[in-house]
Design a protein around this ligand. Structure first.
Ligand code: M6R
Length: 591
């Protein structure tokens, strides 16, 4: 993962780099570091932990320079230590790296034979040593060409060479863009890091090397200078302010009615409407990771049930390596908030190679996937800062529900639901979210436990998967989501006195079945919590949440936010770092 930022120009370099690092911290927060140079002296500051630690450690007199590179790390090769923090310096080369070099161990051995020694466990230091060694016989552009041939894996690099007044930028399979302004230039993993200063940029393509100088920049391909078209983005620098909320996670959950309304309005306006109709396909593969995959499970339930099309859902990390069997009329739907998840990108590229159409359901409009999918529906949830996805997940589910809805209408299957029912959801959700008392009470029931179960059947099971992931992600409580009927095939042995079992029951045909399974756990001492709808609520003696009963396309849009809020409060009571849970990063850009 990791975020990288670089700047050359007349502004206060550290200010620009710190601003960039804070907006890239969602990519990892195990350590941070920066290098600032005036072409002669290069000052490096590093720390373990957050960017704020780096700022505390940073000495203002380090800022004697007009260019610099900086990094916030999500540890891959080697733990979160000062030695492993970037930038890495070897000989004449100082660099920051996002990605993973798969053959770093072999390259490292051959560099040790040549006399190099290493102070970190990282593959990134190996790149620095590799380039330094090449520079003994080559200029930097040629050295980078050799590096391209030798390194296997992914990289986005910002490189400073001793004695030179410029920054070099290269990439392969990791995002990197170059920001352009009058007499100042930037490199960044994400446009959000530089939008405060410029909305003009270009994307560096593989095989290209950008050289950012004080008053100019050049882009080389095979030693020839090439022209790059500048893109002007109209996305405003989005506020990263929490306003009155204590955490971004809470703010983003509370924004769900607004982002849902915007999405449903844009559907009604006909934006990309043709992509919502998949009636021409006989089979769909939904490929994604984490919560995006669980949104896909809801999509699967709705598209199969309502639009009568066969759907399989795959984890992108598995899909990319499995044998793929396509029907002539298969559509592959890729779901991703960031549009930069390494496994989902790899799966997308594999599928495209095989000439199978790809539809991306994506939040970040500037992402690799938004550029490369054949068709794209943007979910327009806005910037999501908390590592745990909430509002983006909800809009992913809403797009999939609208796909099921549009397709079922096209096939003449769902005449009794009107779009106005979708339009009523934001207001209903607003009321549901404001009923915080009950979520806080349930959180009080849960927060002292170390284990928890979610059970449900059909679409309720898909909802449980997301509820369970959210709880473990932000509160570190071990939680399992189970198909209610599967418990007694082994896992029920884990049920013991007091263990919370949360049963989601919104499907009128499956409710009684799930209730029987819940009772089986109660008989063994479990503490039952029920999430249900007004239509089905005849539950007595349970702690419960009763939600407005709506059509099956929309029901999950009211249920999952309640599970998000419960997880939020559990995390709060346990004193966890809600917006930046341990070991995680917002955007998983490594395999
Ligand atoms: O950016 P993406 O939607 O591709 O990310 C996929 C997962 O990494 C993501 O949903 C992850 O599971 C979240 N942290 C869950 O809250």
């Amino acid at each position: 993962m990791c975020g990288i930022i670089g700047y050359i120009g007349n502004k206060n370099v550290s200010e620009v780099l710190f601003h960039g690092l804070y907006s890239l911290e969602y990519r990892g927060y195990d350590s941070a570091g920066m290098a600032i140079s005036d072409g002669k002296d290069l000052k490096i500051t590093k720390c373990v932990g957050r960017v704020s630690n780096l700022e505390d450690k940073y000495k203002k007199d380090n800022n004697k320079g007009f260019f610099g590179i900086a990094h916030t790390r999500w540890a891959t090769n080697g733990g979160a230590s000062l030695e492993n923090a970037h930038p890495h310096s070897v000989g004449k080369v100082t660099l920051v790296h996002n990605g993973i070099i798969e053959n770093a161990d072999n390259i490292k051995l051959s560099l040790i034979d040549k006399g190099y020694s290493f102070s970190s466990e990282t593959d990134s230091e190996v790149i620095a040593a590799f380039l330094d060694n090449e520079l003994k016989n080559n200029n930097i552009l040629n050295s980078i060409q050799v590096m391209r041939k030798e390194l296997k894996g992914s990289y986005a690099l910002g490189i400073i060479i001793e004695g030179e007044e410029c920054i070099y930028a290269v990439r392969k399979d990791s995002p990197l863009l170059i920001g352009v302004n009058r007499n100042e230039f930037f490199l960044a993993s994400d446009i959000a890091a530089i939008l405060k200063y410029t909305n003009k940029y270009f994307l560096l393509d593989e095989g290209e090397t950008a050289v950012l100088e004080r008053n100019d920049y050049k882009v080389y391909r095979d030693e020839k200078i090439i022209h790059k078209d500048i893109i002007t983005t109209d996305s405003k620098s989005q506020s990263l302010d929490k306003f009155d909320y204590e955490h971004f996670m809470l703010k983003e959950i509370m924004e769900e009615p607004i982002v849902l309304k915007n999405l449903i309005d844009s559907y009604k306006n006909g934006d990309n409407i043709k992509y919502y109709d998949i009636s021409n396909y006989e089979e769909v593969h939904i490929v994604a990771c984490g919560s995006a995959m669980y949104a896909g499970l809801i999509g699967q339930a709705l598209i199969e049930e309502e639009a009568n099309i066969k759907v399989n859902v795959y984890a992108a990390s598995e899909y990319r390596y499995k044998k793929k069997i396509f029907n002539l009329k298969t559509l592959v739907i890729l779901v991703s908030q960031s549009g930069e998840t390494a496994d989902t990108i790899a799966a997308m590229r594999e599928v495209k190679e095989m000439n199978i159409p790809t539809l991306g359901i994506i939040n970040n409009p500037n992402s690799t996937m938004a550029r490369e999918c054949d068709y794209v529906i943007l979910i327009n949830a806005g910037v999501e800062v908390a590592v745990a996805t909430t509002k983006a997940y909800i809009n992913q589910v809403c797009v999939l529900a609208l796909i099921a809805y549009t397709t079922s209408l096209k096939k003449g299957l769902s005449n009794d639901v009107s779009i106005s029912e979708f339009e009523s959801i934001p207001n209903l959700l607003h009321d549901v979210l404001n009923n915080t008392f009950i979520y806080e009470e349930i959180a009080k029931d849960l927060y002292e436990h170390n284990n928890c179960f979610f059970i449900g059947r059909g679409i309720d099971y898909a909802i449980c998967m997301e509820g369970s992931l959210k709880l473990k992600e932000v509160s570190y409580i071990h939680s399992e989501a189970y198909q209610a009927g599967e418990l007694k095939h082994g896992t029920i042995s884990l049920i013991e006195k007091g263990i919370p079992v949360i049963a989601v029951m919104s499907d009128r045909f499956l409710k009684d079945k799930t209730l029987s399974n819940l009772k089986e756990t109660l008989a063994r001492g479990a503490y039952g919590i029920v999430i249900t709808t007004s239509e089905l609520d005849d539950f007595k003696d349970f702690r419960k949440v009763t939600l407005p009963s709506v059509n099956s396309f929309c029901q999950s849009l009211l249920i999952v936010p309640t599970l998000q809020l419960i997880s939020y409060y559990v995390s709060l009571y346990r004193g966890c770092d809600i917006d930046k849970p341990k070991n995680l990063a917002k955007s998983v850009t490594v395999e």
